[in-house]
Design a protein around this ligand. Structure first.
Ligand SMILES: NC(=O)c1ccc[n+]([C@@H]2O[C@H](COP(=O)([O-])OP(=O)(O)OC[C@H]3O[C@@H](n4cnc5c(N)ncnc54)[C@H](O)[C@@H]3O)[C@@H](O)[C@H]2O)c1
Length: 302
């Protein structure tokens, strides 16, 4: 056999190997264990349900004990609840250790930091610093504690995926109260900085930034801002439908959960340090939305 022929044959085999379509897994998180901080309600609850439906063992961690226990009991698949106040380092360390302990081979596959509050509202000159501190302690300090301890258990295994819940307020001014926007913008820095360190350990770090989603926190905000008459989920849903940018589809908790799952599992294998914005282009168009002029009128200007 000529050396050239052997080389070409090997090259063809290699090409065939590379172009072979990836195996499609109906259950995308089979065999994985995920810890979700802030999973008792809203987006975190939806993500817990989606992960579990895709075969993951989920550790539901939240400060709301009754709601968290209920979600964990409904998930099945070995799911359990652990009480966690994300501001408390001992509780965060214990939640991460527990999730790693129940994981196959004691390796925590996914950590999702979803806990968040809207926090202090109002003009900057009237900001009460204790409210600033409280908002930052849940939205940012908790996120830092979370990745600190998740990295502690993931580094020895040389693998893991960490996903934070941000907000459109992380990319645009005016889409949330000041402290909230500051905390979610700082989260972008946290994701980028840690993604660079942790990639050497096979660990990816990303965030998902949704637009308004009908959850209890949005309901309370809409009532406080007198946009809706009450804080009910129904009112929040009607509001979200009324501002939807995509014909025939209003942003829902499972849209966000699917984005989180994409970043959590291997399908996003080489994606790290990113802020995946789930807003139907709101933040790429809102500041200067002249698109209707240019897209609805036929013509040519030279
Ligand atoms: N709903 C929206 O419109 C929207 C938009 C963009 C981003 N987000 C973000 O999505 C995430 C989830 O919010 P949601 O809308 O589902 O609201 P939610 O209130 O239903 O969920 C927040 C969860 O975090 C938990 N939590 C709050 N403080 C905690 C603490 N100290 N320790 C542990 N858990 C704590 C709550 O108990 C709750 O389960 C938040 O980070 C929020 O900033 C929400």
């Amino acid at each position: 056999m000529k050396p050239n022929f052997t080389f070409n044959l090997l090259r063809q085999i290699a090409r065939g190997f590379c172009t072979k379509p990836p195996q499609i897994k109906p259950k995308r998180m089979e065999g994985k264990t995920a810890l979700i901080a802030g999973a008792a309600t809203g987006i975190g609850e939806a993500t817990a349900r989606l992960f579990a439906a895709h075969g993951a063992r989920v550790v539901v961690a939240d400060v709301q004990e009754a709601a968290g226990e209920r979600v964990a009991a409904e998930l099945g698949n070995g799911a359990e609840f652990i009480r966690l106040d994300v501001r408390n380092e001992d509780e965060m360390a214990a939640a991460v250790d527990r999730a790693a302990a129940v994981a196959a081979g004691n390796v925590l596959d996914v950590f999702h930091y979803n806990a968040g509050i809207l926090g202090a509202m109002g003009p900057i000159n009237e900001l009460r610093m204790e409210e600033f501190d409280h908002t930052m302690s849940v939205n940012l300090r908790g996120a830092v504690l979370g990745i600190k301890h998740a990295a502690r258990v993931m580094k020895p295994a040389n693998k893991g995926s960490i996903v934070f819940t941000g907000s459109v307020a992380s990319v645009h001014g005016g889409l949330g109260p000041h402290c909230y926007s500051i905390s979610k913008s700082a989260m972008v820095g946290l994701v980028r900085s840690t993604a660079v360190e942790l990639r050497r350990f096979g660990i990816r770090v990303n965030m998902v930034s949704p637009d308004s989603v009908a959850t209890s926190v949005l309901g309370r905000a809409l009532e406080a801002l007198e946009i809706t008459a009450d804080s009910s989920l129904g009112s929040a849903e009607r509001y979200v439908e009324s501002i939807s940018l995509l014909r025939g589809h209003a942003l829902g908790v499972f849209d966000v959960a699917h984005a989180v799952m994409f970043l959590a599992c291997e399908e996003s294998g080489y994606v790290s340090g990113q802020n995946l914005v789930v807003d139907c282009g709101n933040t790429v168009s809102k500041a200067n939305d002249t698109a209707p002029w240019f897209t609805q009128t036929l013509g040519f200007i030279s």
